[in-house]
Ligand binder design. Structure first.
Ligand SMILES: Cc1ncc(COP(=O)(O)O)c(C=O)c1O
Length: 458
């Protein structure tokens, strides 16, 4: 059955002529508008765990927007922080100063990051944070006696943002080739899932995959390699979750070759994994963390790069040195965004939402494991409430099943469920205001969508 027929049969959201005309005046991210119009989603209202579309239909938001709303939508504490700040100061361009609330945010974020990651540069989202980390590391090596260190090693299936540097770091194939040539100096290797069938154990596969970083560094010439950029849990690829040892090996390699280890925690940050950052969940301390998404729970654009304090020292001198960080954005450290960021961190810390993510995550994982009885699930991966489920044709062949994912996407929308479907895997990251009953409800919707989808494709 073709998608057109499916969409018609499913009676997706009906848009009026004005909405359709306006959708043709804009773009949906990474999607063809004509395809989007077949199964559109135009939302009007969001509260807590739910969205409502413009026809009034209610959807359970199993993915917190898109790994963003860790405190659910429109959390009252964040609305209060935002409105109180709006009455005080809303703009302090970082070109000629900063605001007290921005400094408070710097202090707050530094306090929850691991190790001596105390240098904080706030931005307006994940791509900006990654882009700035790339520039920060290159400039750092230029002014610390290693001017030839400029290359970054990243992974296929990694996504680090849509801007040019972050895109060059990403391993997302066709999403990138439209814009070639890419920025030079980005080398790629595969995440452990790529090799898993060649090893008798996941642990051994992870050891092999982690050691590949060293092979690349040696063969590229360690004097030219500046950094490794990696998502601790890889979203594209369906929540690729390495072993703790993978990161221990990688940390050791980076130390031995003076290579900066950058964790892109834009998805994994802010308690979803059961720790404030995935770095803490895996027991490893990177040199830089890039964050975004959950730091504002979606109330307002916010992101940040957090770096080792001693790296930042290399940018501190006199005006004549020319070693100031040559980077900036008008809205970086915006007072409104920072006020919300502070409130998000306070709420997570005070309510121990990291602990809640561990407990709720274990419960969720068990329920998702239960779906294996359908015979089309290879693995349930992830940590805490951040979970991905890999779909296969059958567990004997383990062949991917994109048709099932495509059908599941439609069935989920029909059933009032919003989640990420790629289509060889699906993922959820329910906001941490959810309780067990909400997880039960969400899993019922997932199971119904899976069984409806199977009925369609079989
Ligand atoms: C891991 C990761 N890094 C970076 C980004 C880019 O963040 P933004 O879309 O806020 O620019 C994303 C966005 O999805 C992401 O998932």
């Amino acid at each position: 059955m073709g998608q057109n027929t499916l969409a018609r049969d499913f009676m997706m959201q009906k848009l009026n002529d004005r909405q359709i005309a306006l959708l043709k005046q804009t773009f949906i991210d990474f999607q063809q508008t004509s395809e989007f119009l077949k199964t559109p989603l135009v939302v009007d209202k969001a509260q807590g765990l739910y969205y409502w579309d413009s026809e009034g239909k209610k959807y359970f938001d199993a993915i917190g927007g898109i790994y963003v709303a860790v405190l659910g939508h429109c959390h009252p504490r964040l609305i209060e922080a935002l409105t109180q700040q709006a009455e005080k100061i809303t703009l302090a361009p970082p070109l000629h100063g900063t605001s007290n609330v921005t400094l408070d945010f710097v202090e707050k974020l530094a306090a929850i990051t691991p190790g001596n990651l105390n240098y904080v540069k706030p931005f307006s989202g994940g791509s900006e944070a990654v882009e700035s980390a790339i520039k920060f590391v290159r400039q750092y090596f230029k002014q610390t006696g290693h001017p030839n260190k400029y290359k970054f090693i990243t992974r296929y299936l990694g996504y680090h943002g849509a801007t040019f540097g972050a895109m060059a770091a990403s391993g997302t194939g066709k999403r990138k080739t439209k814009f070639e040539p890419q920025m030079a100096g980005f080398l790629k290797l595969f995440p452990p899932t790529h090799y898993r069938d060649r090893f008798s154990s996941w642990e051994e596969c992870n050891r092999f995959s982690a050691r590949m970083f060293e092979d690349i560094i040696i063969h590229e010439d360690p004097d030219t390699v500046a950094g490794v950029i990696i998502e601790p849990i890889g979203n594209i690829g369906g929540m690729i979750t390495p072993t703790d040892e993978y990161f221990t090996i990688l940390r050791d390699i980076c130390d031995r070759y003076n290579v900066i280890l950058i964790f892109d925690e834009v998805i994994t940050g802010f308690a979803k994994t059961g720790a404030m950052f995935a770095a803490q969940a895996f027991g490893v301390t990177p040199d830089i963390i890039c964050c975004g998404k959950g730091v504002s729970s979606g109330m307002i654009p916010l992101g940040a790069m957090v770096a080792r304090e001693d790296m930042a020292d290399a940018f501190y001198g006199s005006a004549s040195d020319g070693i100031e960080f040559a980077h900036g954005h008008t809205f970086a450290g915006n007072p409104l965004s920072c006020a919300v960021g502070i409130a998000v961190i306070d709420e997570i810390v005070e309510k121990r939402l990291d602990q809640k993510a561990r407990e709720l995550g274990a419960y969720l994982a068990e329920k998702l494991e239960g779906l294996k009885s359908y015979g089309v699930i290879r693995e349930v991966r992830g940590k805490g409430v951040l979970r991905g489920v890999e779909l296969v044709k059958d567990t004997a062949s383990m062949q991917p099943y994109p048709e099932l994912g495509e059908a599941m996407k439609l069935c989920a929308l029909k059933n009032g469920l919003i989640m990420r479907v790629d289509p060889t895997w699906f993922a959820v990251a329910p906001p941490l205001i959810a309780d067990k009953a909400d997880i039960d409800f969400m899993c019922e919707l997932i199971e119904k969508s899976l069984s409806d989808a199977l009925a369609m494709v079989r």
